[in-house]
Design a protein around this ligand. Structure first.
Ligand code: ADP
Ligand code: ZN
Length: 736
């Protein structure tokens, strides 16, 4: 089609109100107008919709826009209808939500040529009557939005998308434009193949979002950490993603209890509540929305200042899409993810019910997320690399790993070993397989290939497989290694890798970070601690903390009590975060009951007060993590029953609890400062000598109140039940 530049710009102005195109928009539109298939990869917020809306308005005929979301369609149709008054026919949508009369109206408008854009859900496209209708229409082109839905390797696979190509053939071929905001090289190739547009012109914008700060935090007390973060960023809008509805409700509730206006959003809520909650977030009536992944598609709130992943996402693509909702206005925004390997194991377990092939894909995508989370490399570099893009610098300056860089080492020997092994095997294998062989660990797969017999088996056994995985990952980023796209993940050595192997040069590598609860890798424990302390926002005031510890040491000498009996480490940690300067505030620190606060707290409060004044510290005044009241009726019942000297068996029976659960509950009650007198029961159940031994142990020997430690030190003559009972007695009589 002949394209007049003037016409294009005047339409851009009259319809959309813009004076200039953004990024590649013009080139993309011209390519389509020339009748060519066009593939658009652009990050969220890049301006994809205009790429098909504008040509649809200037070309003769109707453009068919295939989009997976009804809400999104309706929204776009409303926008376009707003362009020309009294011309509601200019855009329509066709999906399962329409009634008979509405469908008739769409038919009339489409057939009479009034309609320039027709939005269709993929499942509606496959209906016979719609296919028949569209056969009679003059189609300008097909736009396939969210095209990654076509691939099983994308984060939102929709089988109906696979049928689009057939439908297009039945209705009649016209140029195709595919658009997506996330696609790895594998997904990109799937899209082109499946749509039969191998020759399409590909327009790929950079996926870099320079204003987003990325951080992965150890998932230790995440609720508390989140509340602290939000309190430190008052008035800012944010989204918190959780994987389960239950968690969404819990967190939203907890935030509200702590004075943060938050609302839940998940598929279990009815449509009206969901819409209301979304609106209230958009209107800034609430600051935080706590959501399952269902939230955020197609909403365009420009000033979302933080996106928190309470749970690790199932794929990097999902992660990137969700974090992409932050900072659309270009101002800095934070993307914080809580990571624990336990969550990964949970996700793997959920997958077990699915078909094997799906499980395999799911596991691979999940492992990419693990690699990302545990890496010590620049997050931006890792993310962009995942989407097939090189980030030119080594340090981006705004991600956790760049702000706290880890020691690097010259990895030429290690990388050479990896390359040597890959080259020595006649077939290609995945990353984990190679890492296992080098570290000398044979799983079933390694054995089945007899790879525990190859000369390089265990050649790197001075390191574990996690170390070798990290080396291989960095080899990929340096393009010394590549993964095959089709077979997804089988490693081969690139030309650059061969060159390196012939003439190795210095490459700086880093080991992965170690997270608490991470499986394996015990030798790096010290690192884990220093890493955590170095992390932005983690932990409290280190200077104050060491002063508090000194004071505790002092007092322990004076009072002839072990330090932990005065205040435990968690209590001191909290003090260094909360700066309590009254007894009430002190009482809010972990394990500090009222009695203990009064008994030992005065000097701590004095010290903190002085410290706060001298250093001009703004205290997070209302920062007290209040927990949602749970089972409080049990608590009251238990306290009353102990007062009445009922046996613990009877109390447990009455509440339908196991004895262990009751002991848990008693410990919670005691650690929050309530004293219980269990002597009537202990005298009856435990031998006096044994009581005395355990009591003495806690008083003189123990370095903490840990039951495990007591069990070890005391030996097999004392059982857990006895230890726990006497420990409760001790905590009530001495330590509180
Ligand atoms: P995507 O679908 O890629 O996420 P959108 O189509 O929603 O992006 O566009 C993102 C934002 O960019 C919108 O606010 C849109 O109005 C704006 N935009 C699109 N094209 C232009 C342009 N040529 N000039 C200025 N703003 C634009
Ligand atoms: Zn970085």
């Amino acid at each position: 089609m002949e394209i007049d530049s003037e016409l294009l710009y005047s339409k851009l102005k009259t319809f959309f109100g813009y004076d200039a195109f953004k990024g590649d928009q013009e080139a993309i539109i011209r390519n389509l107008l020339e009748g060519k298939d066009t593939f658009v990869l652009m990050p969220t917020g890049g301006g994809k919709s205009l790429c098909f809306q504008l040509p649809a308005l200037v070309m003769p005929g109707t453009a068919i826009v295939i989009s997976p979301l009804i809400a999104l369609m309706k929204n776009q149709v409303d926008v376009i209808r707003g362009f020309e008054e009294k011309q509601t026919g200019i855009a329509h949508f066709l999906n399962s939500s329409l009634g008979k009369a509405q469908i008739q109206e769409v038919r009339n408008d489409v057939l009479s040529g009034v309609t320039k854009l027709l939005y269709v859900a993929p499942e509606s496209l496959t209906k016979d009557e719609n296919v028949e209708l569209l056969k009679d229409v003059n189609i300008s082109f097909y736009a396939i939005d969210e095209a990654h839905c076509i691939s099983e390797w994308g984060h939102d696979f929709r089988p109906e998308y696979r049928r689009i190509r057939n439908m297009v053939q039945m209705i009649g071929r016209a140029p195709i434009m595919a658009l997506t905001a996330t696609a790895t090289p594998k997904v990109q190739s799937d899209i082109q193949k499946n749509l039969g547009i191998m020759d399409a012109t590909v327009f790929k914008s950079s996926f870099n979002r320079p204003n987003l700060y990325y951080e992965v935090r150890d998932k230790v007390e995440p609720e508390k950490d989140i509340i602290r973060y939000i309190k430190q960023n008052p008035g800012k809008s944010g989204i918190i993603y959780c994987l389960s509805r239950k968690k969404v409700e819990e967190i939203a509730n907890l935030l509200n209890i702590n004075g943060i206006r938050a609302l839940p959003y998940h598929a279990g809520l009815d449509a009206k509540t969901r819409a209301d909650n979304q609106d209230r977030f958009l209107m800034e009536d609430v600051e935080v929305i706590v959501a399952t992944i269902a939230f955020g598609m197609g909403i365009d709130k420009p000033d979302v200042r933080f996106v928190i992943h309470y749970d690790i996402p199932k794929s990097i693509e999902g992660y990137y899409q969700e974090t992409g909702r932050a900072g659309r206005d270009g101002e800095q925004a934070d993307c914080i993810t809580y990571y624990s390997y336990k969550d990964i194991q949970k996700l793997e377990k959920f997958m077990l019910g699915k078909p094997i092939s799906e499980q395999e894909i799911g596991r691979q995508l999940l492992m990419e997320t693990v690699a990302y989370a545990e890496s010590s490399q620049c997050r931006r570099k890792l993310l962009l690399n995942y989407f097939g893009e090189d980030y030119p610098r080594d340090n981006c300056g705004i991600c956790d790993n760049c702000l706290n860089p880890k020691q690097t080492f010259d990895g030429r020997k290690e990388m050479s070993l990896v390359i040597k092994l890959i080259k020595s095997l006649p077939e290609h294998f995945k990353l984990e397989h190679i890492a296992l062989i080098l570290s000398g660990k044979a799983n079933a797969m390694v054995k089945s290939y007899n790879h525990d017999k190859v000369p390089l088996y265990g050649a790197g056994s001075d390191h574990n497989e996690k170390f070798w995985s990290a080396v291989i990952h960095q080899g990929l980023i340096l393009h010394l290694l590549e993964k095959e796209i089709e077979s997804y993940g089988l490693l081969y050595v690139t030309e650059k890798g061969e060159e390196f192997f012939r003439n190795p040069y210095e490459i700086r590598l880093v080991e992965d970070r170690v997270f608490k609860g991470t499986a394996g890798g015990g030798e790096d424990d010290d690192d884990a601690i220093s890493d955590k302390a170095a992390m932005k926002g983690g932990g409290g005031d280190p200077v104050l903390l060491s002063m508090l510890k000194n004071l505790r040491k002092d007092m322990s000498k004076r009072l002839h009590l072990q330090p932990w009996i005065i205040f435990g480490d968690p209590a001191l940690d909290d003090m260094s975060i909360l700066y309590p300067i009254t007894f009430d505030e002190l009482h809010n620190c972990q394990g500090v009951g009222e009695g203990k606060a009064r008994k030992y707290g005065a000097e701590f409060i004095e010290l903190i007060k002085r410290y706060v004044e001298e250093n001009d510290i703004t205290r997070p005044e209302d920062f007290v993590v209040k927990s949602a009241p749970t089972r409080s009726s049990n608590k009251i019942y238990i306290i009353q029953s102990v007062d009445r000297k009922l046996s613990l068996e009877d109390i447990a029976d009455a509440k339908g609890m196991e004895m262990d659960e009751l002991l848990d509950e008693l410990e919670v009650i005691v650690s929050s400062g309530t004293k219980l007198d269990l002597n009537y029961y202990i005298r009856q159940m435990v031998d006096d000598d044994i009581v005395e031994d355990i009591f003495e142990y806690f008083k003189e020997e123990a370095t903490s109140d840990s039951v495990e430690e007591a069990r070890e030190k005391l030996g097999p003559d004392y059982d857990d039940f006895e230890i726990r009972l006497v420990r409760i007695k001790f905590l009530c009589e001495v330590a509180s």
